[in-house]
Design a protein around this ligand. Structure first.
Ligand SMILES: Cc1ncc(COP(=O)(O)O)c(C=O)c1O
Length: 448
């Protein structure tokens, strides 16, 4: 680990402490498909896909070729002033693959965060209202607008002064840790009543521009809301002139076994925000929304010099082709179900696994101190994560004690088996007490 440690030490001398949540000192040298190699030549199976940004895997040859060819022609000319074909082609593709049989328009950005800010601007402009409602536990990004809609870490609020006003957060439905101790197949959606109560006491619905939800909530622990909850939320929006906006930045582009996770619920959102996997790791995001919403702002209300970069557009077009041609959505559904089943089998064996959740290749393994209290077991998650890395498997943990399992969709069944064997062996070693406490000084993950 000489070179890795050396680079990590140098990094400490030059890089911002606000910009990294460390899990272990992995210094990437190269990657191919679902495999990664570090600068010391160690091999890993990637079960994290760069935080769900690499659905097509590392260095996919078709995507690399498209990026290279475009870079040789021209790297950029800002679409704020001029036009280029890759942007038009990509916008059309996004209109075609997103749910919603109505006229849509697209705008590009550079990160999920700035696209969330764009959603806020357009929703406010279109409705003439200012309030946006999102959910406790959500991560929507780190720009002022997107962090104001996030509610996951106090470090995102400390020391930075006033945030964007008129952002309200309500509890996301959490069926595993139901506050009301109810069964979600028979309950009366008590959690939805929290929203109704807020709307009748301190959030005037006629001031609400949009409700923003992750149809499968990623960083808050891969939580899935009941269909009935989303139906009610959608109806509430439609009855009150509120826009229904979804954050698909983490779950989009085939990860859950559909192009976008909202499709599992059969709902056509007014606004879809996407990023991460859209261009296989190249910096790009997009908002796709009803035409009339997108036309509610005029330039220069939402533009960036390097938005819709043609190299990124070509990477995104190639990403969509690869997802289609290699049937990665089907692969996410089938191999994802296999992967989830194996974790469920582990749950039968190990008391510390309280719950296994998720769809397709977006799976959360919730580690608990006690199955009755369901208290999150962050120490177990940190140690298992670190030991898995030592065994050649890249994972992370979120929401206290949830192992985040989101491999590239191109991963093979054999690679999944090898990776899950490594994770299972790490769970056994944790239970046997053979993972030392000092790894907790390194494997910190999300902090508060
Ligand atoms: C659901 C969700 N929304 C928004 C973001 C922010 O995206 P970015 O990091 O590209 O700004 C993320 C990133 O983790 C995310 O997972």
């Amino acid at each position: 680990m000489d070179k890795c440690n050396d680079i990590v030490e140098k990094d400490k001398l030059v890089y911002s402490s606000a910009g990294r949540m460390p899990y272990y000192p992995l210094v990437i040298a190269k990657g191919q498909g679902a495999l990664v190699e570090d600068v010391d030549g160690n091999q890993y199976i990637d079960m994290l896909a760069s935080a769900a940004a690499l659905n097509t895997g590392h260095a996919h040859p078709h995507i690399v070729a498209e990026i290279t060819q475009q870079a040789q022609k021209f790297i950029h000319y800002t679409p704020a002033y001029m036009f280029h074909e890759p942007l038009v082609e990509l916008a059309q593709e996004l209109i075609d693959i997103t749910p919603g049989s109505f006229e849509k328009r697209v705008v590009f950005g550079l990160s999920g965060s700035d696209a969330i800010d764009g959603m806020i601007k357009h929703a406010r402009a279109y409705t003439g209202r200012s309030i946006i409602i999102s959910f406790v536990g959500a991560y929507h990004g780190a720009t002022y607008g997107s962090l104001s809609l996030s509610a996951i870490s106090l470090n995102m609020r400390r020391k930075i002064g006033p945030i964007v006003p008129d952002m309200h957060h309500i509890n996301y439905p959490n069926c595993y840790r139901c506050k009301y101790n109810l069964d979600n197949t028979t309950c009366d959606l008590e959690c939805f009543k929290e929203l109704e109560e807020a709307l009748s006491n301190y959030i005037p619905i006629d001031n609400v521009a949009a409700i923003l939800i992750e149809p499968i909530a990623g960083d808050s622990g891969v939580n899935e809301p009941p269909q009935r909850y989303l139906d009610k939320l959608y109806n509430l929006c439609k009855e009150n002139g509120v826009l229904f906006a979804v954050d698909e930045i983490q779950q989009g582009f085939g990860r859950t076994g559909k192009w976008f996770s909202i499709e599992h619920f059969g709902i056509e959102p007014d606004i879809i925000v996407m990023g991460k996997a859209i261009a296989s790791g190249m910096p790009m995001s997009a908002i796709v929304a009803r035409e009339e919403i997108m036309h509610s702002l005029e330039a220069p209300a939402h533009l960036f010099t390097t938005m819709g970069n043609p190299v990124c557009c070509k990477a995104a077009l190639a990403t969509i082709n690869v997802i289609k041609n290699e049937e990665l959505i089907k692969q996410a559904e089938e191999l994802g179900a296999y992967m989830k089943k194996r974790f469920e089998q582990m749950r039968e064996k190990y008391e510390i696994i309280g719950d296994v959740r998720g769809k397709g290749m977006s799976v959360g393994v919730d580690l608990v101190k006690n199955r009755n209290t369901k208290e999150p077991n962050k120490e177990a998650a940190a140690k298992i994560c670190y030991r898995s890395w030592e065994k050649g498997v890249i994972i992370a943990f979120i929401a206290g004690g949830v192992l985040r399992i989101q491999p590239p969709l191109v991963i093979t069944k054999e690679q999944i088996d090898t990776a899950l064997d490594g994770i299972e062996a790490s769970i056994q070693e944790y239970i046997a007490g053979s993972i030392p406490d000092d790894v907790l000084n390194v494997a910190k993950g999300w902090t508060n």
